[in-house]
Design a protein around this ligand. Structure first.
Ligand SMILES: C[S@@+](CC[C@H](N)C(=O)[O-])C[C@H]1O[C@@H](n2cnc3c(N)ncnc32)[C@H](O)[C@@H]1O
Length: 263
């Protein structure tokens, strides 16, 4: 079942800044210096992780299955390739490192993706994975916005339920994630949870974050402008003015491709 990112513009408006803050924490967990290093951004989307890589002075290369996501502001983005991260279109040992920020949970076979990440990365190079921590902070905005949308006819798409129920648990569980990395031949250096402050602290920001995600954005785009505003306004009012700042739990696996004989 493929996941549809119907609205890069919607994503880039509100979700992208949240993912940039989260990506910064993942990039900072690299077990190897990223200075000047070429790093492949798997599932790059509209570029939040690539920007975090560039802020760390590495040379990002973006890969995503969605040409529309990569096309967003392409003129100011690093080089990009449309492709499937389960069959990375790069030569063996040709890249300095790989990062998969919130993308490993989107594939049917995360082990195959990590094996590919290992194959294309130079020995000693980092392979870093970020996922939402299953035990991390849950913000009430998710439930509030989904309830308001459901009241107006939104139904969670089948792919979203598959992602939440089947795919995410395969990579969010600590032990499962570490085992996937080891089975792919990676040396796990660190596996930690971080609570990241996204900087979003208004009801409007929280509602925008939820409505711009791929599960809701196509529904929102299908509404007449007045109903769209009504949905956003009702969700913001339900959250109230004294909102809880958006902090999200991220689980970060930092590994390297082994060096030397038998690696
Ligand atoms: C949640 S977004 C994360 C984007 C970005 N890393 C960020 O943090 O903003 C997941 C991205 O993975 C991409 N994706 C999903 N399955 C993929 C696959 N098999 N190969 C490459 N990209 C994929 C989607 O198109 C989407 O852009």
């Amino acid at each position: 079942m493929s996941i549809h990112y119907g609205s890069p513009r919607a994503w880039a408006t509100s979700a992208d800044p949240v993912y940039e803050a989260l990506s910064g924490a993942i990039v900072a967990a690299s077990p190897v210096s990223l200075l000047g290093r070429s790093v492949l951004d798997l599932g790059a989307g509209t570029g939040a992780t690539s920007r975090a890589l560039e802020a760390a002075c590495s040379r990002a290369v973006a890969l995503d299955v969605s040409a529309a996501m990569l096309a967003h502001r392409h003129a100011t983005r690093p080089p990009a390739v449309v492709g499937d991260m389960a069959t990375i279109p790069l030569a063996t040992g040709s890249i300095g490192g790989v990062i998969a920020a919130f993308s490993l949970s989107h594939v049917e076979d995360p082990g195959a993706v990590l094996a590919e990440a290992r194959r294309v990365t130079v020995p000693g190079g980092p392979v870093i994975v970020g996922v939402f921590a299953a035990t991390g902070t849950r913000h009430p905005a998710k439930e509030v916005v989904e309830r308001e949308a459901a009241g107006r006819g939104w139904k969670a798409p089948a792919w979203y339920l598959h992602l939440k129920d089947d795919l995410e648990p395969r990579v969010t569980d600590r032990r499962a994630l570490a085992r996937l990395a080891r089975d792919a031949g990676l040396a796990v250096v660190d596996l930690r949870d971080e609570d990241v402050d996204t900087g979003v602290d208004t009801a409007e920001g929280l509602v925008g974050w939820r409505l711009s995600g791929p599960a809701l954005a196509p529904f929102v785009a299908s509404l007449p402008a007045r109903e769209r505003d009504d949905l956003a306004g009702a969700a913001a009012a339900a959250l109230g003015s004294d909102v809880e700042r958006l902090r999200l739990g991220v689980r970060i696996l930092a590994s390297v491709v082994p060096v030397g004989p038998g690696a």
